[in-house]
Design a binder for this molecule. Structure first.
Ligand code: FE2
Ligand code: FE2
Length: 407
């Protein structure tokens, strides 16, 4: 593959553009779905040389991206790639690419251009869009959870107004993200289920995505922080950052690991805002066992889920951090200094609105952490009891442990 001589005799061709940084199983699934549904002679992966839509983002050298595609498609019938865009200087505009293929292929060759639903919606902003829409046929890939009527209406509108021919890819597709793969490789996580083995081997051999994010580094922290900011409401994100600040201070005061305290603070509520159904489904999917009390107040599972999410989504493997996240709501019998710091920081972080016994806990926090915490957990127990809620035995155990450690 990679020798494109057949194009001169080709009767139908589907062009799949993108940065492919790196190519993954989602791309290959699209290629195969297009082959199956539209039966072009070839689906051609066309890696962008200098794409107009991502000018600020550094992308991996074109030569490497091309090689990964080449290694991935191997001899798969019907799939191929070309250096057409990467060998061209200047910005890679789709209209120029299509015109190039029109010149190479016979005049009766049907050319499809494959693009995502979001790209289709923005197509009128592309260079020479009105010409482009008449130049070839389009195959659009619906985004997950799309509204079929809405997409149909958009397609009809473009067809009616601009004389375009637009098809919709109907096969269910794999959701894989190149960004996720880059981060995973960078932090030493497996990606074999997400991309072809040949491309992974190539990427690792050439150290393509290794240059970032050593575990728990400042860079790793900043990346997770931006993810958490997107995931949480502004109020919950502010609270989480408040816990980071307070946890750092407490760690300095009590001689605990400051970095671990910051990490646990940042991630402690990362699943707090998932809905009740999502929490239940994830507990099952992730094999998290929950008892009757947690089952009846599923929000209590957000510590257990948070630790799992920290591991799965943010590549935190440090067991002390995960434990502090896991037990930040309920505490537990063998509560460690880091666990105590996170529970207490959660209670007293600087943005907390006043409640009983906030003032009392703040005045004890830097005097006797055990006293401050047992006061907080006991007050929580009393509030729950007044509401007819039973205290979780982990919290009962934590209170007993803390009282035994009060100086
Ligand atoms: Fe929480
Ligand atoms: Fe919290």
């Amino acid at each position: 593959m990679g020798n494109n001589d057949y194009l001169e005799r080709c009767t139908s061709l589907a062009i799949l553009g993108g940065t492919f940084d790196p190519i993954h199983n989602g791309h290959l699934a699209i290629g195969e779905a297009v082959l199956h549904q539209f039966k072009p002679e070839r689906v051609l992966f066309v890696p962008a040389g200098n794409p107009p839509h991502k000018p600020d983002k550094p992308i991996t050298q074109a030569q490497h991206r091309y090689q990964m595609i080449l290694h991935s498609i191997g001899n798969t019938p019907g799939l191929d790639t070309t250096r057409l865009e990467i060998d061209r200087t200047g910005i890679s505009y789709t209209i120029d690419t299509i015109k190039s293929f029109k010149k190479i292929c016979p005049p009766n060759c049907i050319i499809y251009f494959v693009l995502g639903q979001d790209a289709l919606q923005a197509i009128l902003t592309w260079k020479d869009a009105t010409d482009l829409l008449k130049l070839c046929q389009f195959i659009t890939i619906p985004r997950p959870g799309y509204n079929p009527e809405l997409l149909q209406a958009q397609v009809k509108e473009l067809e009616k107004t601009y004389g375009a021919t637009i098809h919709i890819l109907t096969s269910p597709l794999l959701e894989v993200s190149s960004t996720h793969i880059r981060k995973s490789i960078a932090s030493g996580k497996p990606v074999s289920a997400l991309m072809p083995h040949e491309a992974e081997t190539y990427a690792r051999k050439h150290g393509l995505y290794n240059a970032v994010m050593p575990d728990l580094s400042q860079e790793h922290f900043q990346w997770v922080k931006s993810c958490i900011k997107n995931r949480l409401t502004p109020k919950r994100f502010k609270h989480s950052m408040g816990v980071v600040i307070e946890a750092e201070k407490l760690a300095i005061h009590y001689g605990a690991d400051i970095n671990k305290a910051r990490w646990a603070g940042l991630l402690h509520d990362c699943t707090k805002e998932y809905g009740a159904d999502k929490k239940r489904v994830l507990c099952e999917q992730w094999g998290i066992e929950i008892d009757e009390i947690v089952e009846s107040h599923i929000d209590l599972a957000h510590g257990l889920l948070g630790a799992e999410s920290a591991k799965r989504h943010f590549y935190v493997t440090d067991e002390e951090i995960l434990q502090a996240i896991r037990f930040h709501i309920l505490g537990h019998k063998n509560i460690t200094l880091l666990d105590k710091i996170i529970v207490l920081a959660d209670f007293i972080e600087p943005y907390r609105e006043d409640y009983y016994p906030l003032k009392e806990m703040r005045s004890l926090a830097y005097v006797d952490i055990n006293k401050a915490l047992s006061l907080g957990l006991s007050a929580m127990r009393d509030i729950d009891a007044a509401r007819g809620k039973k205290l979780h035995y982990w919290s009962e155990d934590a209170i007993t442990t803390l009282k035994g450690q009060i100086l």
